[in-house]
Design a protein. Structure first.
Length: 241
C-alpha cells in the first residue's frame, strides 16, 4: 500500500474525489482518501450519505487496474462488509452488529455504516475499483429524512478513529494480497435470513422470505407462491411483513 494516503478536512465526497484522481492519474498502488467531513457523500442508488465533521469515518480506497470480473466484485463487496463488521465488533464488543444484504451494517433497526463499490472505467480501457466506506460513530443528530433510519454507534467506549481506520485498512490490504471469502461469517451476521422481507428490484417490490446467501453472494428468496428466486442485486426495503 506504500504511502498513498490522502487526508482531508472536508471534501465533497471521497468517492467522487477518488474518481477524479483516477481520471487524471495512472496509479500503480492502491490509494486511500480519508476526510473528516463530506458535503456530498453518497451511497448506493445515488442516495445522500450524511457525513458531518469528525463524528464518523469516511474514506475510499482506489484499487488500480482492476480486472472487470463481476462475480469477483460481488464477493469482494461481501468480504469487505465482513471485514468492517468484524473490526467494529472488536472496537465495540458489547454491540450486536448485523448485515443487511448486501452490505449495510445495522445496529438494531438503524443503519450505522454503508459500503459502496464503484468501477471507474478509464479512457485507456483499464478500470479502477473504488471502495467507499462510511461509518457513523458519534453522530447524534440526523436530518429529518434519516432520523428513523440511521444512527451513530455511540458505544460506551470512546474509540480512536485513526485506529479504527488503520485496522480496517490492514484487513483490506491482507485480503487484497490473499483473498479469502467470508461467506459463513457473513451468513452468521445476516439480519434477513429466515425473515419475511420486502425487496425492491428496479421499480417493483416483492414480498418474500429470505432463504439463503449463495456461494457467489447472491440472495435466494422464496416468493409467496413458494418459488425460489435468486438475485445478484436489490434493496431490502423492509424486514418482517
Ligand atoms: C450506502 O449506504 O449505500 C453506502 C454509503 C457509502 C458512504 C461512503 S463515505 C466515504 C465514501 N464517499 C462517499 O461519497 N460515499 C462513501
Amino acid at each position: 500500500f506504500s504511502n498513498n494516503l490522502l487526508v482531508f478536512k472536508k471534501v465533497d465526497s471521497t468517492q467522487k474525489l477518488a474518481k477524479r484522481i483516477s481520471q487524471k492519474n495512472t496509479l500503480k498502488e492502491p490509494s486511500i482518501i480519508v476526510t473528516d467531513e463530506q458535503t456530498k457523500g453518497y451511497g448506493r442508488h445515488g442516495r445522500h450519505f450524511y457525513s458531518p465533521s469528525v463524528t464518523g469515518l469516511y474514506f475510499s480506497i482506489i484499487f488500480p487496474n482492476w480486472s472487470n470480473n463481476l462475480s469477483k466484485n460481488e464477493l469482494l463487496t461481501i468480504d469487505i462488509a465482513v471485514i468492517v463488521i468484524k473490526v467494529l465488533e472488536r472496537f465495540f464488543p458489547d454491540e450486536d452488529f448485523k448485515l443487511k444484504w448486501v452490505n449495510d451494517i445495522y445496529l438494531k433497526n438503524f443503519k450505522v455504516a454503508g459500503i459502496i463499490t464503484d468501477i471507474f472505467s478509464k479512457t485507456d480501457g483499464s478500470n479502477n475499483l473504488i471502495v467507499g466506506i462510511g461509518i457513523n460513530l458519534t453522530t447524534k443528530k440526523f436530518p429529518k429524512y434519516l432520523v428513523h433510519k440511521a444512527t451513530g454507534i455511540n458505544g460506551q467506549i470512546n474509540i480512536n478513529r485513526n485506529k479504527l481506520l488503520a485496522q480496517i485498512l490492514q484487513e483490506i490490504i491482507d485480503h487484497h494480497r490473499s483473498p479469502k471469502h467470508f461467506l459463513n461469517d457473513y451468513r452468521k451476521r445476516s439480519m434477513i435470513l429466515g425473515k419475511k422481507i420486502t425487496i425492491q428490484l428496479g421499480n417493483s417490490v416483492m414480498k418474500c422470505t429470505a432463504q439463503r446467501i449463495e456461494e457467489n453472494g447472491y440472495l435466494t428468496v422464496k416468493d409467496r407462491f413458494g418459488n425460489l428466486k435468486t438475485y445478484s442485486a436489490g434493496e431490502i426495503v423492509r424486514i418482517k411483513w
